[in-house]
Design a protein around this ligand. Structure first.
Ligand SMILES: N[C@@H](CCC(=O)N[C@@H](CS)C(=O)NCC(=O)O)C(=O)O
Length: 246
């Protein structure tokens, strides 16, 4: 079996997808937990681009979470699969994943950071997860630059906030409609569609055991935003996916 090394941000919901998939397949891997912005030189050197998650699999370096998931399915064929066996279900599951990646992943991130970035203590707490004392110090020192770069890179401003909130709300409306009475989005089993939606929504639902559930300094605006969705079908559904399959 090739060695597996995941380059990631603990705070990232796209990285959570891959951690979950690797754990679901019971694969052993090491984590390289980096700090956003400070990660750039290392990732450029390794992959000539800056996004995480990046999975190093033996000699291969794979970026983009859907590609990583596809590679894991293709390579570890004997492990529990996340792809429905039925072709039509499989097509539908992948179509849902693409919708979630685009309309939940990006827009929830922008909306959440809009609430979190003004609060230094919260940003420090979130970004310093899994960091050594030395890199925490570097993080603390560079925080203003990191926050400024994150704002710019993710287009975090009031106008984009409203647009992203609309898109996010439309996406979770669609998600609510896809939850079947058997508890899954496609077919009768847990699939890549369930994992993708639940992982991408984990910062909002904050399931027990996740980084977001244990925050000591979560800003009250962020918590109010999250609590606003607590009665929605998807909210309890994400909790149940974590309880049953994470
Ligand atoms: N489509 C990509 C999105 C990944 C992504 O947006 N990663 C963010 C963290 S959540 C990132 O690496 N940002 C830092 C950068 O772009 O330099 C995927 O699914 O892997």
């Amino acid at each position: 079996m090739p060695s597996l090394k995941l380059y990631e941000f603990p705070v990232s919901h796209y990285c959570e997808k891959i951690r979950w998939a690797l754990d679901y397949k019971q694969l052993k891997y090491t984590r390289v937990c980096m700090v956003p912005v400070l990660h750039v030189p290392r990732m450029l050197l390794l992959t000539r681009q800056t996004q995480v998650p990046m999975l190093e699999m033996g000699q291969l370096r794979i970026t983009n979470s859907p590609r990583i998931l596809a590679k894991l399915e293709e390579y570890f064929i004997e492990r529990p699969t996340l792809l429905p066996e039925d072709n039509e279900y499989c097509r539908k599951a992948l179509e849902l994943c693409a919708d979630f990646d685009k309309n939940i992943g990006i827009h929830l991130r922008r909306v959440a950071y809009f609430h979190i970035l003004p609060h230094q203590r919260s940003v420090l707490e979130l970004l310093s997860a899994e960091q050594s004392p030395l890199s925490r110090k570097v993080l603390q020192f560079s925080l203003p630059t990191i926050v400024k770069t994150m704002r710019k890179g993710m287009g975090i401003n009031p106008a984009n906030y409203s647009k992203s909130l609309d898109k996010f709300n439309q996406a979770v409306d669609r998600l609510d409609e896809h939850i079947q009475s058997n508890g899954y989005l496609v077919g009768n089993e847990f699939s890549i569609a369930d994992l993708t939606a639940a992982a991408l929504l984990s910062p909002l639902v904050r399931p027990t055991g996740t980084l977001y559930a244990n925050l000591q300094h979560a800003p009250k605006e962020f918590l109010a935003f999250c609590d606003g969705y607590s009665k929605r079908p998807f909210f309890g559904w994400v909790q149940s996916m974590y309880q049953k399959h994470r």
